[in-house]
Design a protein around this ligand. Structure first.
Ligand SMILES: C[S@@+](CC[C@H](N)C(=O)[O-])C[C@H]1O[C@@H](n2cnc3c(N)ncnc32)[C@H](O)[C@@H]1O
Length: 276
């Protein structure tokens, strides 16, 4: 990964920012831009119907507040900060995790997503975020399956969140990301709920919905056990289960998060349950 310096973009006034945020919607990530404006606030101000999670603008796209929990996890793994570390976000959406690692002095962050819609948002945030630096961050539109041809240098930390269950071949997809990870992977996926854990279940999804995959075929793991087996096969030697829970609005669906490491000891202070 190499980051070429680019000239500082012109910062827009509040009124123009609000207009641009609305034009670029819907937003999935609530990212603070200025002291009094974030990417989700305008939808709340407009009184638009709330989505699944707090502050959502309704419809298929739920607006999530992801920063604080993520940085809490980062701080407990990398207690000396992220100086000298590199970060890769697969399916980065509006790029929130790249911006938040920059708040912890990441050396370089690279995010890609298959949809132009999200990368436009990420580039807008990079240009207009005033409350923290946004240099050292790059984004591009890419399908995960095309990433091996990009010859990326492996990163220390990888985000693999919300993409596993949108892939026609999730094991190959995860291996692509694992092979680009030196230390830690944040893995988060939808699962089935109420079925014996240990397998993968096929299904179909829209290729048009901006939150979906683009290949149609999808696979849901039946719980964290099968995910941990695949992560172990992909080269991770220690893992912690952060959560496994039922999704309250769709009872047959669950959600799980696992943080996996290739370096023994890195997860010792992370809140979660060891997976043996
Ligand atoms: C459920 S959202 C998750 C977004 C973000 N990673 C998060 O956890 O908040 C799914 C994202 O995966 C992207 N995506 C789906 N299939 C992809 C693929 N094959 N390659 C890259 N991105 C993909 C979508 O465009 C969308 O941004």
């Amino acid at each position: 990964m190499s980051i070429a310096p680019s000239p500082a973009p012109k910062k827009l006034d509040r009124e123009t920012l609000v207009k641009r945020i609305k034009t670029l919607g819907p937003w999935h990530m609530n990212i603070q831009l200025t002291d009094d404006l974030n990417t989700g606030q305008v939808f709340v101000e407009d009184g638009v119907k709330r989505g699944r999670e707090e502050g959502g603008q309704g419809g298929d796209v739920s607006l999530l507040q992801l920063r604080d929990l993520f940085l809490k996890q980062i701080d407990s793994i990398y207690t000396d900060g992220l100086q000298g570390k590199t970060f890769l976000d697969c399916a980065c959406n509006a790029g929130g995790y790249c911006f938040w690692t920059r708040e912890r002095e990441i050396k370089a962050a690279f995010g890609f997503d298959v949809r132009e819609h999200w990368i436009k948002q990420a580039r807008f945030v990079k240009a207009q975020r005033k409350i923290a630096p946004t240099d050292r961050i790059q984004f591009c539109v890419n399908d995960l399956y095309d990433i091996p041809s990009q010859n990326l240098t492996p990163s220390d930390i990888t985000m693999f969140k919300g993409i596993f269950y949108h892939l026609p071949d999730p094991i190959t997809g995860l291996k692509i990301a694992a092979d680009l990870t030196n230390e830690v992977m944040f893995f988060n996926t939808s699962t089935t709920w109420g079925e014996p854990d240990g397998s993968m279940k096929a299904g179909w999804e829209s290729t048009e919905n901006v939150m979906s995959g683009v290949h149609g075929l999808k696979w849901y793991p039946t719980g964290p056990k099968v995910c941990a087996d695949i992560l172990k096969w992909a080269g991770f030697v220690e893992m912690k289960l952060i959560f496994y829970r039922q999704q309250f609005d769709t009872p047959h669906i669950g959600r799980t998060e696992i943080v996996a490491s290739k370096v023994p000891g890195l997860l010792d202070n992370l809140h979660g349950e060891w997976i043996k």
